[in-house]
Design a protein around this ligand. Structure first.
Ligand code: PEP
Ligand code: MG
Length: 948
């Protein structure tokens, strides 16, 4: 009994200790601090399991264990379990990552024994021993988080090589050059990644400098021309460099190397680029990474070896073709890094490539044969495996493979990243192929990504001069000034310029530049290069591998034939054809939507409960929104019409009028103009509701500032410039967003709102007579107290009735309000009794609920988000906990006193997928967003309904 109690107490202590450590960990940025504490305690101080074996036809893990094993580890386990040829290895779980950060970079006590046990299992499976002088086992040590973060964290290959074991590798492989090359690569990689010789972000790699020097000294051009002796010397020079710079000896003990690499991989969860990447893709900091330790297989042992990547469908277009690149006699990293331009997997793709490059067929077949031609058996096995994996996962797969001496090994499979166009096509095709159902297809497409499909393309009729052609890596088109580094791109964009980032090849260090550039152009690499993969995911136009370009970072110029394009010159990219043009080529609106896109959108409409409207102030915008599937207008901001040059004069006259008579004279000029606007919008939305908001902004926003404008206006309204300036200054407000705006204008100057109501109802009456179905919703902004709404509603209603009676027509109009002041949300029960509808103005509601100025918050908001003070910009993604709570209250109270009250949202959040899900959950009737975001909203709303 006593023993049991003692155990319980120590378990409780363990929970307390681990929890307080977890809490401390949570305060530090990026620490994975999951519920490891409880797990540890539950097992009397021993977590469930830390290490999982895979290979030799079996596995401890499965594909659905990504939370524990990371994506790579879970899929390696799944492939091994399916009996596919996977080099044996083990995965150290993400729980260890959490423990590592919670315990000051210490490992769970049992881990060393677990790793040793599993290393022995690899040794048994491959018949080699780690650290052996005759036939050494070498391993790779790779990261692998729950969500794929390509290239963001660290990897070490060829681990286990020492001056002793390299002799074993020479005798086992019979290839001294290969062995010394593996050793110098290992020293370089370990020096970079584990010992930290190459500081992050630094351009010149000191190891590469030594490599260049060696090639120069030997008078050779390529790495492959260096001899075994050269490479051995180079490895020594690398080690000397480490000694000199870091004051440490390169480790010669394979076990020390292994633990160094494991620590580096866990540590790389928190490197700067991984943190940036997580922020960009909303990956939680506390997920952590797993570490995969796996027996090395070699694609660089000779000409019967190769390494490559493959996709089961084309990731750019979604076409159902087997697709990919490979390099003969190379290591895997060479393909991904885009250092050599790879060859195609299939004969067909190889021939297409040769035609585009102008390479004759005989030369192609001799020098650049496809895998299908050069290694037909391995190709057939790879294609069979790919088909099997796609069917197994029921999704397009992205595979990595290595062929070692004619034997195929699978190194990775994962659901492939794809462009939005490909995502839509693959999802719809897979439904026809009966691989997935429609609901799954809807869930397969990321709503925000379909923005790509609606982007502009190059005007086919515009004159243009082609500079070069590369691989069409990510579709869309972009024009911008040439910059040559990520930092340059970031600075230029911060200064308001538009840039194309031009690099020989990109690396993960360039991510911040790629993120802000309008497009990306590289001279090296193919569809699977870093630039291609990352740009595709960002939905950014990219042309990769335009090999005619001679890019010189210093002095900043691209040479192509007789052309030279300097830093700051404009170029235009067509990511759909791979063409690069000189100058700024005109663009046209979206390429139009594919049949698959329309099919998918049709499916979403059957599933979603939320209606989707658009925010539109002009007939053209209304038409565009309708073409994208909008089911009405959720917000027509009447003041946007006031800024047109031919109207602003009358608006200013109205504002500056000394008395009612003067104001009415100016309003009389505005009435026909407004009526004309509404005629156009109502016509475009025939049969659909149109929500028109009466004037909202503070009046000073319309007033002139420059001397010339002031003089001109003074003349028009017949006052002196000095008097006009005095009147303008009298209208100045210290806090205009909380000043004379919204319904306060309507209360103080009823004639303004009445002019607008007249324009709406006269336009509606005219159109009803013409047979157009008009459904106007008149919306009063910035209501804080029910009295404001009661007064304005009564005035507007009386005028509507008067106009309709005179015109002898019926128009089904309604009058409602925005909910954008916290008090309105809190008193929604009172307000709902006077309102036919509510529409959440979440821009103002966020501003007022959080006390965050919409105009000034940009000074600190980015820092807030960067430092995790706020999880996201609350003006882009709804603050569901705070602002959302006000919405919940308003919905509940509003519907309690007015059952069936129609409620929508028209703030910017109406087009944000995460906020749309929230709107669905709290029972809104519709969301309204900009026309281009209507398809995104349709899809997000359908996904929200399915999630339920
Ligand atoms: C809002 O506040 O959310 C809104 C739609 O109105 P505006 O952005 O015009 O203030
Ligand atoms: Mg507002």
């Amino acid at each position: 009994m006593a023993v049991v109690r003692k155990k319980k107490r120590s378990a409780a202590r363990a929970v307390k200790k681990a929890t307080s450590q977890a809490r401390r960990g949570r305060a530090a940025k990026g620490r994975p601090t999951r519920k490891v504490a409880k797990k540890v305690a539950a097992k009397g101080g021993r977590a469930t399991r830390y290490v999982y074996f895979f290979g030799a036809g079996s596995a401890d893990g499965r594909a659905d264990m990504k939370n524990t094993l990371g994506g790579k580890g879970a899929n390696l386990a799944e492939m091994a379990g399916l009996g596919l040829p996977v080099p044996p290895g083990f995965t150290i779980s993400t729980d260890v990552c959490a423990y590592y950060y919670d315990h000051g970079r210490q490992y769970p006590p049992a881990l060393r024994a677990d790793v040793a046990k599993h290393l022995a299992k690899i040794e048994a499976a491959v018949g080699k021993r780690f650290g052996d002088r005759t036939n050494p086992l070498l391993v790779s040590v790779r990261s692998g988080a729950r969500a794929s973060m390509p290239g963001m964290m660290d990897t070490v290959l060829n681990l286990g090589l020492t001056p002793d074991t390299v002799q074993g590798l020479i005798s086992a492989s019979g290839n001294a050059r290969f062995a010394w090359d593996s050793y110098r690569r290992f020293v370089q990689m370990y020096g970079d990644v584990v010992l930290g010789l190459k500081p992050e972000g630094k351009e010149q790699d000191p190891f590469e400098e030594l490599l260049e020097k060696k090639k120069h000294a030997r008078g050779v051009e390529n790495d492959t021309d260096l001899s075994a002796d050269d490479l051995r010397e180079l490895a020594d020079e690398f080690k000397a460099l480490i000694r000199q710079r870091l004051g440490i000896e390169f480790p010669n003990d394979p076990h020390e190397q292994l633990w160094g690499a494991i620590g580096a991989v866990f540590g790389s969860w928190n490197n700067a680029r991984a943190i940036t990447y997580r922020k960009m893709y909303g990956i939680p900091d506390d997920w952590g990474t797993a570490v995969n330790v796996q027996a090395m297989v070699f694609g660089n042992l000779g000409d019967d070896c190769a390494t490559g990547v493959a996709f089961t469908r084309d990731p750019a277009t979604g076409a159902h073709i087997f697709y990919g690149d490979f390099l003969r006699n190379a290591q895997g990293e060479d393909v991904v890094a885009g250092i050599r331009t790879p060859q195609q997997l299939t004969r067909h793709a190889s021939q297409e490539w040769a035609t585009a490059q102008g390479v004759p067929e005989a030369e192609r077949a001799a020098r650049y044969p496809s895998l299908e031609e050069s290694m037909p058996q391995c190709f057939a096995q790879l294609e069979r495996t790919a088909k099997r994996l796609e069917k197994h996962y029921r999704d397009m797969q992205d595979l990595e493979f290595t062929i070692e001496r004619g034997r195929l090994w699978m190194l990775q499979t994962r659901n492939g990243k794809r462009t939005a166009a490909a995502a839509v096509k693959i999802a719809v095709d897979m439904v026809s192929e009966r691989l997935i159902d429609r609901d799954t297809a809807i869930q397969r497409v990321e709503p925000a990504s379909i923005d790509q499909l609606l982007h502009p393309g190059i005007d086919p009729n515009a004159p243009k001069e082609r500079l070069a052609r590369g691989v069409p890596a990510s579709p869309g088109a972009a024009a911008g000034e040439v910059v040559f580094s990520a930092d340059e791109a970031a600075d230029a964009v911060a200064a308001g310029r538009t840039v194309i980032l031009v690099r020989v090849e990109t690396s993960p260090e360039d991510i911040h530049g790629m993120n802000v550039a309008a497009g990306i152009l590289t001279a090296r690499g193919g569809q699977a290069s870093h630039a291609a993969v990352v740009a595709r995911q960002m939905g950014k136009c990219c042309v990769a591998g335009a090999s005619e370009l001679d890019i010189r970072y210093d002095p900043g110029v691209i040479l192509v034939g007789s052309h030279s394009v300097k830093r700051g010159d404009w170029i235009t990219l067509d990511g759909s054809t791979g063409e690069v043009f000189l100058g700024r080529v005109p663009m046209v609106a979206s390429h139009g939507q594919s049949a698959e896109f329309r099919t998918l959108m049709g499916w979403t409409d059957r599933v979603r409960r939320l209606k989707i409207r658009c925010n539109a102030d002009k007939p053209e915008e209304a038409e565009l929104g309708r073409a994208f599937g909008a089911e009405g207008i959720g917000l027509c901001r009447t003041e946007h019409m006031f800024f047109e040059p031919e109207r602003i004069g009358a608006v200013r006259e109205m504002i500056l009028a000394r008395d009612l008579a003067g104001r009415e004279r100016a309003l009389a000029k505005l009435l026909p103009i407004q009526r004309g606007d509404f005629l156009g919008i109502f016509r475009a939305m025939d049969g659909l509701p149109v929500n028109i908001r009466l004037l909202d902004p503070p009046l000073h926003e319309f007033l002139p500032h420059g001397d010339e404008e002031i003089a001109e206006l003074a003349k028009t309204i017949g006052v002196s410039a000095t008097e006009l300036v005095a009147r303008r200054d009298a209208l100045f407000e210290i806090n205009p967003m909380l000043g004379m705006r919204g319904c306060r204008l309507g209360i103080v100057y009823p004639e303004i709102y009445l002019m607008q109501v007249r324009a709406i109802m006269e336009a509606a009456s005219q159109l009803v007579r013409e047979g157009v179905k008009v459904i106007p919703e008149i919306m009063i902004p910035l209501v804080a107290h029910v009295h404001e709404l009661e007064i304005l509603r009564a005035q507007a209603d009386a005028l509507c009735k008067e106009i309709l009676a005179a015109a002898e027509v019926k128009v089904p109009y309604t009058i409602g309000t925005m909910i954008e002041v916290p008090r309105a949300a809190l008193t929604a029960d009172e307000i709902a009794q006077s309102a036919a509808f509510f529409s959440f103005g979440t821009n103002d509601l966020t501003q007022m609920a959080m006390g965050l100025s919409r105009d000034d918050a940009a000074k600190f908001l980015p820092q807030y988000v960067d430092r995790g003070v706020l999880p996201a910009d609350p003006f882009a993604t709804l603050d569901q906990v705070g602002v959302g709570e006000l919405m919940r209250i308003a919905v509940a109270k509003g519907r309690r006193s007015h059952p069936g009250l129609k409620i929508g949202i028209c703030g910017e959040h109406g087009g944000d997928p995460a906020s749309i899900v929230f709107c669905h959950e709290i029972g809104l009737d519709y969301v309204s967003c900009s026309p281009y975001r209507v398809p995104i909203a349709r899809l997000a709303a359908a996904q929200a309904a399915l999630a339920r």
